[in-house]
Ligand binder design. Sequence first.
Ligand code: SF4
Length: 392
Amino acid sequence: MSVFSHSRLESFETCPKKYEFAYVLRLPRGPAGIEAFLGSRVHEALEWLYSEVRMCRVPDEEDVVERYRAAWADEWSDEVKVVRADRTATDYQAVGEKAVRRYYRRYHPFDQGDTVGLEMRVKFALDQDHEIVGYIDRLVKVSDGVWEIHDYKTSAQLMTQEKAEADRQLALYDLAVRRAYPDASEVRLVWHYLAHDHEVRSCRSEAQLVDLRAQVLDEVRHIEAQATFPTKPSKLCDWCDYRPSCPAWADLYRAEEEPQREGPAPDSSQLVDDYATCSEQISEARSRLAGLREAIIVRAADEGVERLFGTGRVAAVRHAAAVVLPSPGDPAREELEQALSDLGLSRRYLQLATGALAHDLTAGLVSPEAAARLGPFTTPSESVKVTVSRLE
Ligand code: SF4
């Protein structure tokens, strides 16, 4: 039985290489980022609060805050990564404390329903080979048949209602809760955006859950069919545990470790800088060339001449009659192709779109039957693309 979770799926969607590091190669994760560290401490404080409430004891606000502070101090390590240069660990600690206080004041005395589970592991089978697991921050029974799944978020971004309606994580927990408690006729999904003291709510219909289950099963099968896991560099790389091992970033780390690296060939930074300069010059030259061409045409027309003379070179401007045919995508294009076919001219004028065909075959966009029929005409190859972008 393969076990998947929302975060496992999200990892693949964020970056297939990150997924490979975490779930295929199972490389150890690096030290936590400060955002995750803060989230864990706030979750622990609220878990403790509700565990006390379940024992018919309602702690004071200061007790909960003290729990939070003590856990922060106990768990803190200088290895916790603070990515943003304009923030300190103390800033984050204050954000967490404020979140705990605001939550406490909003929900005290914490009697909104019966807490059935805290950090509760739930699971359900997608099919006989795949299972989904997850952890519900707090599961609440509100009344007979009415359940609520509560999720605490400490991120600065506030979820929109539209995103809540489409959220997959709590919807998967919804499926698990309905499976575990068949009396659940209404399951409410509740997100607590603690930094904003804001609640977002949503729910799913039976039909939406059926669709979700099918989509997730498709995605799981798609992931399992992957032979390679490409990198997908983005801003999220700053928070990725595997950055030093990632082929998209490893050269940067090597350069930092060996600043004096020397060798017969120029080092990476020289190569990249030269390549970038060269491609910028080409792009500027292309744009300048287009402008000069236009100026030559206009000048020749103004002068009423066919040729303009430079120093040792001459530019000839010739106007000739031409026809323009409908471009791909123009509805008339299909009629043109039909006309060529009717005239028996297809073989001469309709060229095989080998580029598009090779792309679709590589990307698996043709049917298995077509791929099998066309397979003998293909030769395995590899394309290499080099792109240069600015580092932020
Ligand atoms: S550093 Fe970026 S590209 Fe590399 S594995 Fe992590 S998320 Fe993917």
